[in-house]
Design a protein around this ligand. Structure first.
Ligand SMILES: NC(=O)c1ccc[n+]([C@@H]2O[C@H](COP(=O)([O-])OP(=O)(O)OC[C@H]3O[C@@H](n4cnc5c(N)ncnc54)[C@H](O)[C@@H]3O)[C@@H](O)[C@H]2O)c1
Length: 367
């Protein structure tokens, strides 16, 4: 598993969590691939996963894990119990490319070639069957039309394809969705999935949206606010990055309700909250004879603890899909994303059904 943003909160929680579950220190709570529909579909075991990645930050993974434990994201004791696994992953982290707007003098082509070489080297040296590339780096602003350089997320995505690796975009950044990469993605013969993990507010929306539509209740307005800190909160304080995130959240409503209701989503950076997010939704709706009603929901989640099991799931599913020779966008994995591939449902129940069908496909049953 090759993580772009390998020293971030989500990546560190995934590496530490995988080791803790493998060692039997914690149950695999939140990992959908550990539930009965996924038994016997040939997924790689958690103990067989090997981690590496790219990041632009220096902080060693064991230290990052200690910071997360101090913030209550990882249980105390886990960083020391899995110190060897964290150190092993840290030794496989390579320095990534320049951040947006910065340049280290290399062209896009040179950067792609260098990232792809890092990936091939990882697979060869560690004797791996394959590497799945998962983007969990900081959210980038939406690319400006006519920009001559590819955003960093798209350089890594292009490198993944060049190295023959399946690719997952767990962020709202462009990644493989950049129009310049469409031809290479289409001809790569590789499976890929994305984008932007669905872990909190949008997860709830993908359940509640269909409920209002199926009960024929008229949603007048759906407004939301998110308070969070950590690296993600800081990145999303940039309105252009938040716009990329909010587009996915709003798409779920338009898809499940039939049209976008009035209302906006806001994201506020509150550094002292760290990884603990509060997401509040206010839904104004009409019932029979125009009776006016309101539903409010408050989600208080630990973002990395919600995301980490999902990226482990996705890496296992993509690895098996690659082994089975599947290629192209995996629409059946829309269950995991805010912005699933075109044509796939945005309603969680239908997405779950598609995911269970996908498990059968991985088993070799069905198309
Ligand atoms: N519940 C969730 O946590 C959740 C849900 C959906 C999406 N996401 C997305 O996952 C991503 C990671 O979230 P996080 O909380 O771990 O953030 P984080 O800030 O803790 O980690 C991001 C990491 O990316 C690295 N990075 C930044 N630019 C890079 C570049 N050009 N090359 C390589 N590495 C780079 C940073 O140094 C950092 O280590 C964010 O984009 C977030 O929006 C998270």
């Amino acid at each position: 598993m090759w993580l772009i943003g390998a020293r971030g909160s989500v990546a560190t929680t995934a590496v530490a969590g995988c080791a803790a579950v493998t060692a039997g220190l914690h149950p695999p709570t939140g990992m959908v691939t550990e539930t009965p529909p996924f038994t016997d579909c040939g997924l790689p075991t958690l103990s067989s996963l090997v981690f590496g990645g790219h990041d632009v930050m220096e902080c060693p993974l064991p230290k990052r894990a200690e910071q997360l434990a101090a913030g209550g994201v990882l249980p105390h004791g886990v960083p020391s119990a899995v110190g060897a696994e964290l150190a092993a992953a840290d030794a496989e982290i390579r320095t990534g490319g320049p951040r947006r707007g910065e340049s280290d003098g290399r062209t896009d082509e040179e950067l792609i070639a260098s990232f792809a070489a890092d990936l091939r080297d990882f697979v060869r040296r560690r004797g791996l069957a394959r590497a799945v590339v998962v983007n969990v780096a900081s959210t980038e602003p939406v690319p400006v039309e006519g920009e001559d350089r590819l955003p960093a997320s798209s350089l890594y995505a292009a490198a993944a394809l060049r190295a023959g690796c399946p690719y997952v975009n767990f962020t709202p950044s462009a990644g493989l969705h950049h129009p310049a990469l469409a031809p290479v993605a289409a001809s790569s013969g590789l499976p890929y999935a994305g984008r932007d993990g669905k872990t909190g507010q949008t997860l709830l929306r993908s359940v509640l949206g269909p409920m209002f539509a199926q009960r024929a209740l008229a949603v007048r307005a759906w407004s939301g606010t998110n308070l969070l800190g950590g690296g993600d909160g800081a990145a999303l304080a940039d309105p252009a990055a938040a716009a990329a995130k909010n587009a996915g959240k709003e798409r779920v409503l338009a898809d499940t309700l039939g049209s976008a209701p009035e209302g906006e989503v806001h994201i506020d950076d509150v550094p002292s909250l760290g990884d603990w997010k509060t997401a509040w939704d206010h839904i104004a709706f009409d019932g029979f004879l125009g009776a006016r009603m309101v539903l409010q929901t408050t989600w208080q989640g630990c973002d990395s603890a919600l995301a980490a099991p999902l990226i482990l799931d996705l890496a296992r599913l993509l690895a098996r899909a690659h082994e089975r020779g599947l290629s192209g966008p995996l629409g059946e994995l829309g269950f995991y994303f805010k912005d699933p591939d075109d044509g796939s449902s945005s309603a969680l129940a239908e997405q779950y059904e598609a995911l269970v069908g996908f498990a059968s496909r991985l088993r070799g049953v069905g198309a």
